[in-house]
Design a protein around this ligand. Structure first.
Ligand code: F6P
Length: 374
């Protein structure tokens, strides 16, 4: 009997989603007698039962397309915007699953999606996931698709600002995506020869960044490129955040925890402009004209790189085999050259941050790149 697989893409989009959809559906339809229902706009489409039957025509020509043919959203099953209110729609999702006689629901997404998938697993659904995000911060996998393309985009941008920074003898601060994890800023900064790299994992002192710029000036280099992850923080900000996190953990009531969560959310919301502040501060501290370039969503767009197309296809196709063998409850992770199932319980709620002794950090320090921490 044919297996019925529901498939959706959730969270921020990234290059390679279409390649993964194509990989799993082509392999499943062609080899394992599977039928795929694509749910629109992530968990929202699952809640409202908005779906399309995926056939060969839909899969044709999408390997090289960015974005996702299914659409995406950041909606969560247990906090869905309905009629102006946030409602727990888990039961509606279970109904959709049963109404369509699904055998498994496959969710393509980043950290948030892994948590949502685990929530649905606990609600009794057969769920599996594939790891995607340009941030490369999903736990338990070496790499996520989308990252390589974004790395190419960010590196090319850093390469390009070099000539204008040199011509004008300016400091150019380049803001790179990566809210809690600095993989993209670190690797593109290293590849693009940034002079200072600022990561969420390494709190910085603006004076130390200024010192690196001044030292370059003394050495006859009158321009500097500062690659900053959007979630990078000063040492002071990091103390505030760590205190709030500790207070939240120690809080003895749900009300207190909720209040601290709101403070944390407000902090992160207000932190959005920090690269603007940093740019002004560096101009003041160094006397060197400074400009800010925010790469933004350009990093999530465009055609996937060959590496991402191949990775997403491999994950998708091997996932079809896994589902055909009766697998569920796992994220399919990349470990070396292998694709292995990892239980969602081990993935959800964890983040893969840059370890402070990572070889990329060591290498950057050895070639004189600053991290604003000394
Ligand atoms: O998908 C990951 C990511 O691109 C992060 O790097 C960034 O912080 C966030 O999404 C931006 O989200 P949105 O597109 O919802 O503004």
């Amino acid at each position: 009997m044919a297996k019925h697989i529901g498939i959706l893409t959730s969270g921020g989009d990234c290059p390679g989603l279409n390649a993964a959809i194509r990989g799993v559906c082509k392999a499943g339809i062609g080899n394992f007698d599977m039928q795929f229902l694509g749910f629109k706009n992530g968990f929202n489409g699952l809640c409202h039962d908005r779906h399309v039957k995926i056939d060969g025509d839909m899969l044709s020509g999408i390997l090289t397309d960015g974005g996702t043919i299914l659409g995406t959203s950041r909606d969560k099953p247990h906090r869905m915007p309905i009629g102006g209110k946030m409602r727990d729609m888990t039961d509606a999702i279970v109904d959709t699953y049963e109404r369509n006689h699904l055998d498994v629901l496959l969710c393509l997404g980043g950290g948030g999606t892994q948590k949502n998938a685990l929530h649905l697993k606990k609600a009794g659904l057969n769920v599996a996931t594939l790891p995607k995000t340009i941030d490369n911060d999903v736990a338990e996998t070496d790499i996520t698709f989308g990252y390589d393309t974004a790395l190419n985009t960010a590196t090319e941008a850093i390469d390009k600002v070099h000539s204008t920074a040199t011509s004008h003898s300016r400091v150019i601060v380049v803001e790179i995506m990566g809210h809690r994890a600095g993989w993209l800023a670190l690797e593109s900064g290293l590849a693009g020869g940034a002079d200072v790299i600022l990561l969420p994992e390494i709190p910085y002192d603006p004076e130390s960044v200024a010192e690196s710029i001044r030292n370059r000036g003394k050495a006859g280099k009158h321009f500097s490129i500062i690659a900053v992850a959007e979630g990078a923080m000063t040492k002071e900000q990091s103390v505030t955040i760590n205190q709030l996190v500790a207070e939240k953990e120690a809080a003895d009531s749900k009300k207190k925890k909720e209040a601290i969560s709101q403070e944390l959310t407000a902090f992160h919301r207000d932190h959005v402009n920090h690269t603007q502040d940093l740019t002004r501060t560096l101009e003041k501290l160094t006397g060197c004209e400074s400009r800010l370039t925010i790469l933004g969503h350009i990093q999530r767009g465009g055609t996937p790189s060959p590496t991402d197309r191949a990775l997403a296809t491999k994950l998708g196709a091997i996932c079809a085999q896994y589902l055909a063998d009766g697998g569920n409850g796992d994220m399919l992770a990349v470990k070396g050259s292998e694709i292995v199932p990892v239980p969602l319980e081990k993935v959800a709620g964890n983040k893969k941050l840059v370890p402070l002794d990572h070889p990329l950090i060591k290498a950057a320090r050895l070639v004189g790149t600053g991290f604003g921490d000394c």
